[in-house]
Design a protein around this ligand. Sequence first.
Ligand code: PEP
Ligand code: MG
Length: 319
Amino acid sequence: QVEEERRAAHLPAVTLDARRVEVCANVGSPDEAEMAAQAGADGIGLLRSEFLFLERSAAPGEDDQAHEYQASMRALGGKPVIVRTLDIGADKQLPYLPLPAVANPALGVRGVRLWQRLPQLLETQLRALLRVEPLGSLRIMLPMVSEVSELVAVRRHLDSVAQELGLTVRPQLGVMVEVPSAALCAASLAEEADFLSIGTNDLTQYTLAMDREDPDLAARADVLHPAVLKLVQATVEGAAGRCPVGVCGAAAGDPLASLVLVALGVDELSVEPARVPAVKAAVRRLDAGRLAAELPALLGLTDAAAVRARLTSWQTAQQ
Ligand code: PEP
Ligand code: MG
């Protein structure tokens, strides 16, 4: 059965009620991109570019970066590759880019906000990204966006660099939805973005005000909390078909949560490369419309444990 799953992973994943769901992979290096391609991923849904900046004494230059991005693009052979711009701050730090100590780093200058402080870093990364081929398969994604002005500013910058380089093709530019304000204002983001991708790890942390690293809260910091699910729903409804909505947090690979995400209307799930075959198989067994009919009841429950329990009995009843 596992062998069958592995072979079928190279085919599109379609639900029982004919909804196509892209199943992509989260990667942190060209080697992992290779694994994703071998596992049957429909693309890279999240390339965490931090890997390039770690374990070195200075930030990588434009040539080094372009070379690494190109290697991941090559591994995927023309399938879409979403590269997230540097997401540093809070849980992710670099010794050569010391950020001033602040009381609440998770709420401080991190992700896309970093570009006001270190604009040269963005400039170099954008220039490196604009050198990859084919540009039509590249998607650039901004982390920790909390309002549309941040996207507009980067779009303007990207356009001016592309124009200076004489490029006629532009890569798609999208944003992560990992802050409640982004989910609630998804309509304005979708007007300007080519795609949205929900980062459920941070979205859960910021919605529940529970540190994602705190072991004492790990059991309760669950994406299936009705409040988090309502924000996923708000994102899909806000996008209203104007641009695709994916999920690249760990929830996309969670056997129960992934089903709910599809029922809520997300178009793409991005998971660890090794999970691609199992997630595609689960999508094929799902009647998304039937689970969607359960959503009002699920969203009306009081906590994540109740949602998990109800989903488990729903799933058993389906078999
Ligand atoms: C997320 O927050 O869900 C996400 C995918 O980004 P990271 O885990 O790198 O913060
Ligand atoms: Mg995140």
